[in-house]
Design a protein around this ligand. Structure first.
Ligand SMILES: CC(C)(COP(=O)(O)OP(=O)(O)OC[C@H]1O[C@@H](n2cnc3c(N)ncnc32)[C@H](O)[C@@H]1OP(=O)(O)O)[C@@H](O)C(=O)NCCC(=O)NCCS
Length: 170
């Protein structure tokens, strides 16, 4: 799978992405808006472990965002199970060096279109910390609908936060 877009390319991760991944992922501002399983500081070893796992998966669910030939961000689509098997959740991050250029809006739109076209999915959702208006805006521009506010849903960096549940259905 390779989606060549105007602002970036979405493709599977490769082992040789490790240096660029470490450089761009090692940013507290990125970590602050993501789950704690995203490491901080982000070391070369974290990158190697992540890449080995991503490459071992039978079905690719973790994707690299490439700009100018370099891995500068990531997206993950996580399929639901059992009665939720027609759903998936979406996560993403982009290097601070490339924020506010429309890259993630284009990437989220393209990856969700691709997933709806190629998998028997009826719903893709994403949860955004209420303190992250940029990500909420990305989802809105990519056609996601705000379904609700989840009060006190997250503890991040010692702070209790609400999150916003967005979804796109078909
Ligand atoms: C959130 C993130 C993915 C946005 O990526 P991006 O490529 O910069 O997003 P885009 O340029 O496509 O669009 C950003 C939109 O948010 C808006 N925006 C940016 N910062 C904002 C802020 N502080 N308040 C309100 N809107 C903001 C931009 O103006 C733009 O909207 P517009 O086109 O209507 O002007 C990126 O900042 C990031 O990776 N952050 C760290 C990780 C993260 O938050 N991941 C998502 C977790 S749910």
């Amino acid at each position: 799978m390779r989606l060549v877009l105007k602002s970036c390319t979405i493709r599977p991760w490769r082992l040789d992405d490790a240096d660029s991944l470490t450089k761009h992922a090692n940013n507290r501002k990125v970590w602050l808006t993501l789950r704690d399983r995203f490491p901080h500081p982000y070391t070369t070893q974290d990158a190697h472990e992540f890449l080995q796992q991503a490459i071992r998966e039978q079905t690719t669910t973790k994707f690299c965002i490439e700009v100018n030939g370099r891995a500068v961000g990531g997206m993950g689509i996580h399929p639901g199970q059992d009665v939720n098997r027609h759903t998936a959740t979406l996560g993403y991050w982009l290097s601070e060096d490339f924020w506010r250029r429309g890259i993630m809006t284009e990437a989220v739109s393209a990856l969700t279109d691709f997933c709806f076209e190629n998998f028997p999915l009826r719903r893709i959702s994403a949860e955004v910390f209420a303190t992250n208006p940029a990500s909420a805006r990305v989802l809105e521009k990519a056609g996601f609908v705000l379904e609700g506010r989840l009060n006190n849903n997250v503890i991040k960096d010692g702070e209790l936060l609400d999150s916003l549940l967005y979804a796109k259905t078909r």
